[in-house]
Write a protein that binds this ligand. Structure first.
Ligand code: CUA
Length: 334
């Protein structure tokens, strides 16, 4: 090949490489990392991207060069010369991609193994997913349950995921790791937060009408603040049973229902503000109507709403005291 051709191919390659690099760097493809696991995922992402940009630049350069150099005259209808192939070239373009793909696999396998390794003594938090809310149980002498996920900074946390109904998926975009919560199976997920802040846990598996609203707040705090949170929740735990507002929040009712006293405005299920009026229409006492609607939602379906959207598990997942408190709260008696 003549020297002039090599120079031209090189120039095309550099231009293609710069354009592809700009697309890679200027577009914010990933959220800012907030965990060690996400740092490793980002490394894999950039490792792969750099290889892709190099391959793209070479391929684009050869295509542009060929199109310009070998283009036929518009009225040239002859067949091209029969070319048999080029054995050496074929060996190169098979061997080099094979090496690159193997390198990506090795890096990915190492990152996966490290991201699954919680170390010798991780903090363990049990996560329960249910249409359409998340619940977190913290360990300790006084076990604490909350609708907010609070994580101490720089500590390895092993989450165990359970689902009470259908398949959900645990995902905090800034922390990278994602895992399904599958009914009947306990899955796990390891996180090591590296940045103080507030994040959103989102459900990443289409799980029903309220899927888009199935979110929970995640806070990453210093160890001392984490301890304070646990102490506060443990103290409040005794009253929680009788505090309808707390039950409403921890059971995730606001994920689907608008209720003014709770400040929620979701529209998956009927609004709960006029519940007394609707009870009257059924001829039931308001408290009985509310209780039945919670434990057996399909029996007293509000018009315009589908059956089997609201979970039927609350009778077992709420204690009697919690159910009483919730009924009182929704009936406006507290
Ligand atoms: Cu739970 Cu989507």
């Amino acid at each position: 090949m003549r020297r002039g051709s090599i120079v031209r191919i090189t120039i095309y390659g550099v231009i293609a490489g710069i354009l592809a690099s700009l697309v890679a760097v200027l577009v914010p493809w990933l959220p800012t990392s907030a965990s060690e696991e996400m740092d490793r995922i980002e490394f894999t992402f950039w490792f792969t991207t750099v290889i892709c940009i190099a391959v793209f630049a070479i391929v684009a350069a050869v295509i542009v060069y060929s199109v310009l150099k070998f283009r036929a005259h518009p009225d040239d209808d002859r067949d091209g010369p029969p070319i048999h192939g080029h054995t050496a070239l074929e060996i190169y373009w098979t061997a080099i991609p094979a090496v690159l793909v193997t390198a990506i696999s090795v890096v990915s396998a190492i990152v996966l193994a490290k991201n699954d390794d919680a170390g010798p003594n991780p903090l363990r938090i049990a996560v329960t997913a249910q249409q359409f809310a998340w619940k977190f149980e913290y360990p300790g002498d006084d076990p604490v349950t909350s609708g907010t996920l609070v994580l101490p900074l720089k500590e390895s946390v092993k989450l165990t995921l359970r689902s009470l109904d259908v398949i959900h998926a645990f995902w905090i975009p800034e922390m990278g790791q994602k895992s399904d919560a599958v009914p009947g199976v306990e899955t796990t997920l390891v996180l090591t937060p590296t940045r103080i802040g507030s994040y959103s846990l989102v459900c990443a598996e289409l799980c029903g009408l309220g899927h888009a609203l199935m979110r929970a707040r995640v806070r990453v705090v210093e160890r001392a603040e984490y301890e304070a949170f646990l102490a506060r929740e443990a103290e409040g735990g005794g009253q929680d049973e009788n505090d309808g507002e707390a039950v409403f929040a921890s059971a995730g009712c606001g994920g689907c229902h608008a209720f003014e006293p709770a400040g929620t405005d979701a529209e998956v299920g009927p609004a709960l503000d006029d519940v007394a009026a609707r009870a009257e229409a059924t001829g039931l006492a308001p408290d009985d109507f509310i209780r039945q609607s919670i434990v057996d939602p399909n029996a007293l379906l509000a018009s315009g709403y589908q059956p089997d959207v609201m979970p039927t598990t609350y009778e077992s997942s709420l204690s009697d005291e919690q159910l009483d408190a919730l009924v009182q709260y929704l009936g406006g008696n507290k």
